[in-house]
Ligand binder design. Structure first.
Ligand code: BMP
Length: 224
């Protein structure tokens, strides 16, 4: 239900060590998402350390958007580091792009999560006009999941309607971007991705616990 985005503030030195942060969070969360800020700061060693610190799924969010061979190579490197899933954009299309990524995913067991809409307002200017095409692609490559915004629950409802229960929906936008914990779950998401609300709090473990409680409360209410 709760995936924590570990996006460390790049300029702040010596904040909390990732392993200590994970120790505080682990019992409340379903997994972790790391992206470029984490990789630039901690590199491959950081991924290895994170892998040692938790058995929960690690999603690497590079929002891949390249030719197929290059994306497949990235995925194979990540597979060796023990990651569970990677996030890729859909606009690159199937032939020569997602087709190869999907073959590498099947060969390595690393799942694919495809961006079909984003949480910022500008998503409506371009990405959102293509949601149905992106959903078709996600189904075609048998994606494990898709990213859809907590900030626009109607998009989540639409994704769920189109894809049924065949894929997992990951929803960022909770907290600092404005959506309330539990709101995306109520719209049909499987996981809410939460970053700064937790990682910038003075007590990340307690904040994660409180968010879980809010998710559960809201979910119980919306399910009647
Ligand atoms: P935060 O909860 O601090 O706003 O972080 C949200 C996380 O989700 C960030 O890691 C960001 O890269 C990611 N994300 C997002 O905010 N919107 C999207 O549409 C897709 C994302 O991956």
């Amino acid at each position: 239900m709760l995936v924590v985005a570990l996006d460390p503030p790049v300029r702040e030195k010596g904040r909390r060590k990732t392993s200590l942060l994970v120790e505080e969070l682990d019992k409340y969360v379903s997994g972790y998402k790391i992206g470029l800020p984490f990789l630039i700061k901690h590199g491959r060693r950081g991924i290895r350390e994170l892998r040692k610190s938790t058995e929960k799924p690690i999603i690497v969010d590079l929002k891949l958007a390249d030719i197929g061979d290059v994306m497949a190579e990235v995925l194979r490197h990540l597979a060796r580091l023990g990651v569970d899933a990677v996030i890729a954009h859909a606009f690159t299309g199937y032939t020569g792009a997602l087709e190869d990524l999907s073959k590498a995913s099947m060969a390595t067991g690393v799942g694919l999560i495809i961006v079909v809409s984003m949480s910022h307002r500008g998503s409506e200017e371009y990405i959102d006009r293509h949601v149905d095409e992106f959903l078709e692609l996600a189904a075609r490559i048998r994606a494990k999941g898709v990213v859809a915004p907590a900030t626009r629950p109607r998009v989540i409802r639409h994704v769920r309607e189109v894809l049924g229960d065949t894929v997992e929906i990951y929803s960022p936008g909770i907290g600092i971007q404005g959506a309330e914990p539990g709101s995306a779950l109520c719209a049909g998401a499987n996981y809410e991705i939460v970053g700064r609300l937790i990682t910038r709090s003075g007590n990340p473990g307690e904040t994660a616990r409180a968010i879980r409680e809010m998710q559960l409360e809201r979910w119980l209410k919306c399910r009647g």
